[in-house]
Design a protein around this ligand. Structure first.
Ligand code: GDP
Ligand code: MG
Length: 440
């Protein structure tokens, strides 16, 4: 079976390459999708540039549209940028292993501390001590203590009046004495990035020498995600990122932004408020979301439709000017078959209902579009440009060339005449029913 499949794949490769025009049209859609997903602008720029370089000239597998090809490249690059493999926490050092959580206020540090402690306890059978270093918010330490009690996980006893770095030192000592495997340090955040927060985090880090420093960040963070991640990484030093509120309706652009500017892996995802709502990071899931609710195919179609709409508009302009030869008609037929038939094309050209009737009258259905194209392909260049020279002998030759009857050639020519006449009429009457066509 696999041999057979391999043979098919072999035959499908090497049938042309993506053109710059294909890629440009698709890139516009990709750019929009990334910005809508709240990926930071600077990351969108560098990302699309990278994809562009890969896409231009890439081989298009037959039966796949160029746009689909581009989206495949985009998707793969997204997954590669986000990190193809699951990045586990590194606990590989002499216990107690210190893990430090940093981030803005409300990002989910305390919740994620409890979630991770629960997972390390229940799944990995580690003995965990949690310590709150948040001396600013009145109820912060109590919040962690309550979570610890509910989970049956120890928290460092609260001592009033200590500085965060002192508490960190005390936590490490307690963990050593108590024979803990892991000691989790839940730090205080502020509502915005500021020097005081960075200085304090750096101090705690110097005292605790944490094996993991995780930036806890809300996945709904927009354009600020790059500044946030960059500041914590350069001023404190990160080993990874924990993304919270994946259960929200965000598109996950922050993940790409933060990963791209720091190069640090996203190690965990918070998927709810409860302490069991913690998962390993899945790049393909986030990539799908960034591209638009996981529906890669719809994006592909959108990109492809843009391409076709531009070509259709160009043909419509020619029609309006009364210049409509068989070469244009062939383009038109090709567009129709590409877009899944007459209905699709008409949707792009408002006000053209009359022509739709003409085509229907000529007995064209989607299945015979290819035959029509074959007839035009059997003509010489001269004949296509000037159908009037087509007399009986030429028609016979053309019919023979494409394996059809002279009758079929006549039908095609009649349809062309009808379309051309109608276009001329439209071109003359500026106030006619299709006056807006050129802008369509
Ligand atoms: P901190 O200030 O960084 O310690 O943030 P907290 O851990 O106190 O979390 C702030 C709020 O966000 C709380 O109401 C949490 O329940 C909520 N939260 C944290 N993580 C998640 C998550 O992954 N999903 C959802 N829906 N809510 C979360
Ligand atoms: Mg907190």
């Amino acid at each position: 079976l696999s041999e057979k499949l391999g043979g098919i794949l072999d035959r499908l490769t090497g049938r042309g390459a993506l053109s710059e025009a294909d890629v440009d049209a698709a890139m516009r859609e990709i750019r929009r999708a990334l910005l809508e997903a709240d990926v930071a602008l600077e990351v969108v720029r560098s990302f699309t540039e990278r994809v562009r370089e890969q896409a231009v000239g890439a081989t298009v597998v037959k039966s796949v549209k160029p746009g689909q090809m581009v989206v495949k490249i985009v998707h793969d690059e997204l997954v590669a940028t986000l990190g193809s493999d699951v990045q586990a926490l590194d606990l590989n050092t002499v216990p107690p292993v210190p893990i430090m959580m940093v981030g803005l206020q409300g990002s989910g540090k305390t919740t994620t501390t409890a979630k991770l402690a629960r997972r390390l306890t229940e799944r990995d059978k580690r003995k965990v001590l949690m310590a709150s270093l948040d001396v600013y918010r009145p109820a912060a330490m109590e919040q962690l203590a309550v979570l610890g009690r509910d989970l049956g996980i120890d928290t460092l006893p609260i001592v009033a009046g200590q500085q965060p770095a002192q508490i960190a030192r005390r936590a490490i000592e307690a963990a050593k004495l108590g024979g803990y495997d892991v000691v989790m340090l839940d730090t205080a955040g502020r509502t915005t990035l500021d020097e005081a927060m960075m200085t304090e985090a750096a101090e705690i880090k110097a005292v605790a020498n944490p094996h993991e420093v995780l930036l806890v960040a809300d996945s709904l963070t927009g354009q600020d995600a790059v500044n946030l991640a960059r500041a914590f990484d350069t001023q404190v030093g990160l080993t990874g990122i924990a993304l919270t509120r994946i259960d929200g309706d965000g598109r996950g652009g922050a993940a790409l932004s933060m990963r791209a500017v720091t190069g640090k892996p996203i190690k965990l995802m918070g998927t709810g408020e409860k302490t069991d709502a913690l998962e390993d990071f899945h790049p393909s899931r986030i990539a799908g979301r960034i591209l638009g609710m996981g529906d890669v195919v719809s994006l592909v179609e959108k990109a492809a439709a843009t391409l076709d709409a531009e070509k259709a508009a160009a043909v419509a302009e020619k029609m309006r000017k009364g210049k409509f030869d068989l070469v244009d008609m062939r383009d038109q037929l090709l567009q129709m078959s590409k877009m899944g038939g007459i209905g699709g094309l008409m949707g792009l050209m408002p006000g053209i209902a009359k022509m739709k009737n003409q085509i229907a009258a000529a007995g064209i259905d989607d299945k015979i579009l290819n035959r029509q194209i074959a007839i035009i392909d059997s003509m010489t260049r001269e004949e296509r440009k000037n159908p009037d020279i087509l007399k009986a002998s030429r028609k016979k030759r053309i019919a023979a060339g494409c394996g059809l009857k002279v009758e079929d050639v006549n039908k095609l020519l009649k349809m062309h005449r009808n379309m051309a006449d109608m276009m001329k009429a439209v071109g003359r009457g500026k106030g006619g029913p299709m006056a807006g066509l050129a802008k369509a």
